[in-house]
Design a protein around this ligand. Structure first.
Ligand code: GDP
Length: 472
């Protein structure tokens, strides 16, 4: 409809051109770039695409190999509720203080850094859980290098343990298991490892490659060794950054302090942030008036993998917003204004995520190679049956990935994962919660509900062949 108006031709003509291309559309349907180009060409128009990716507007400095130096790993702690995520983060916060510095970390700024005895550093994100992790990813920010998945040894692999594992894997972030609460007499770490093996997750003791360590977040037993393993994993990942450039990074949290103004915690990912730098973060900007670390110390420079709270922005950016430093204040302000405008337009215009109805067309256009599916069902049997059948539908052209499956209602966390991984959600005899439904509408995530296994399989098959009839 919108395209027809722009070209000043009847809507029916646009629809019939689409039909002649084998594309069934309605007037409210959005067309992808290729289709738009072809349709416009039919009417003698040329399409000019204006980038909505604002990051392109910002000059990306390519780092030279010789400028890169090692940087500390950035770690997120995940796991089932009550398995000890907070306790672990608290223990590390209290015990691992920089040599010679008295007292632990006093400020909660959303992230903190620790220095081990050997001088090596690790940065922790202080909001545990895979929801926060995936919410960041859904906003286009991946800052976590390594995920510690905490599992209570006196319990079992629980639904949120599985979720955490799947969310980390969907992001391609390596996992280290922390088998917790081994101080308890009822703890059975071997059972946990056996269960993990049953899920095809082989830890070292079981001859696998995944690191794991038995710990007690309460007594601190094994925590130091766990951190050593984090450093080992980091070494394998060969994490590097260029400290010698204007800083870039991601916002971890931000809030308004009544006395001091907007305080934002950022994680520097490249370059070095300096006092007095002019910063653009999301749609907010300002000169860095003060910087503090998690110990409340005033800081003048912050290099890669350093979490730091800054004072001076003209508002509170959102967690997951990127930040960058500008030489020129005017330029930063212009980009901030452009971003605000683009965000407004983007929210009404773009179709951001894949839908089942779109798949066939995208496959036909040859650019769609992988379909990510999140599968939720009422019982384990049907989830497994569907997951098997879906996987078997993979063809040479398209690979089907079940990035997460589980028993229970479709939750916000599922929708976030779909958004972060461009997946569709299939529910079998389960419905989304009200909040999940709302989020799915906002993020434009396709949720399909089925109660007959063959219907689900047929729909997916039809969609892949571009034969799915539009939903009524
Ligand atoms: P979270 O929900 O994963 O953040 O879990 P918490 O850190 O809040 O821990 C849940 C409960 O388990 C709390 O009562 C903790 O004191 C307890 N807990 C955590 N770690 C350990 C541990 O290593 N040993 C024992 N005995 N209790 C623990």
């Amino acid at each position: 409809g919108e395209v027809a108006t722009m070209m000043d031709v009847p809507i029916t003509k646009v629809i019939s051109v689409c039909m002649s291309l084998g594309i069934m559309v309605t007037m409210n349907q959005r067309l992808d770039a290729e289709t738009l180009t072809i349709v416009a060409d039919e009417f003698g128009y040329e399409v000019e695409f204006i980038t909505t990716d604002i990051e392109e507007a910002i000059q990306v400095v390519e780092d030279k190999e010789e400028d890169l130096v090692h940087r500390a790993p950035i770690v997120t702690v995940m796991g089932h509720v009550d398995h000890g995520k907070t306790s672990l983060l608290d223990y590390i916060r209290k015990e691992n203080v920089i040599a010679g510095e008295s007292g632990g970390i006093t400020q909660h700024i959303g992230a903190y850094g620790v220095t081990l005895d050997n001088g090596q550093k690790i940065a922790f994100l202080d909001t545990p859980g895979h929801e926060a992790f995936t919410a960041m990813r859904a906003r286009g920010a991946q800052i976590t290098d390594i995920a510690i998945v905490v599992i209570a040894a006196d319990d079992d692999i629980m639904p949120q343990t599985k979720e955490a594992i799947n969310h980390a894997q969907a992001a391609g972030v390596p996992i280290i298991f922390a088998i917790n609460k081994v101080d308890k007499p009822t703890a059975n770490p071997e059972k946990i490892k056996e269960r993990l093996a049953g899920m095809n997750l082989l830890v070292e003791d079981w001859g696998g490659k995944i690191q794991s360590h038995d710990i007690s977040a309460k007594t601190g037993l094994g925590v130091k060794d766990l951190l050593e393993k984090v450093l080992l994993e980091a070494e394998i990942l060969d994490l590097k950054a260029n400290p010698e450039k204007a800083a870039v990074g991601t916002v971890v949290e931000a809030f308004l302090d009544k006395g001091r103004g907007y305080i934002s915690t950022v994680l520097v990912q490249g370059g070095t942030l300096k006092l007095g730098d002019y910063v653009l973060a999301g749609k907010h900007h300002g000169k860095v008036k003060a910087m503090h670390d998690e110990r409340g110390n005033s800081i003048k420079v912050a290099g890669p993998s350093t979490p730091i709270s800054i004072l001076g922005l003209d508002g509170a950016p959102t967690a997951g917003d990127k930040f960058s430093v500008f030489q020129d204040e005017k330029e930063a302000k212009q980009i901030a204004a452009k971003r605000t405008q683009l965000m407004r337009e983007q929210s009404v215009r773009t179709q951001r995520h894949i839908t089942l109805a779109e798949i066939g067309r995208r496959i036909a256009l040859g650019q769609f190679k992988e379909l990510n599916i999140i599968l939720k069902g009422d019982v384990d049997g049907s989830v497994e049956a569907l997951s098997d059948s879906f996987s078997k539908l993979s063809t040479e052209e398209i690979q089907i990935n079940i990035i997460h499956k589980g028993v229970g209602a479709i939750t916000e966390s599922d929708v976030l994962l779909a958004s972060a991984s461009d997946a569709i959600i299939i529910g079998f005899n389960v419905r989304p919660s009200a909040s999940a439904r709302q989020l799915a509408d906002k993020e434009e995530i396709d949720i399909r509900n089925y109660s007959i296994i063959y219907d689900a399989i047929d729909d997916l098959k039809d969609a892949m062949e571009g034969m799915l009839s539009p939903e009524m």
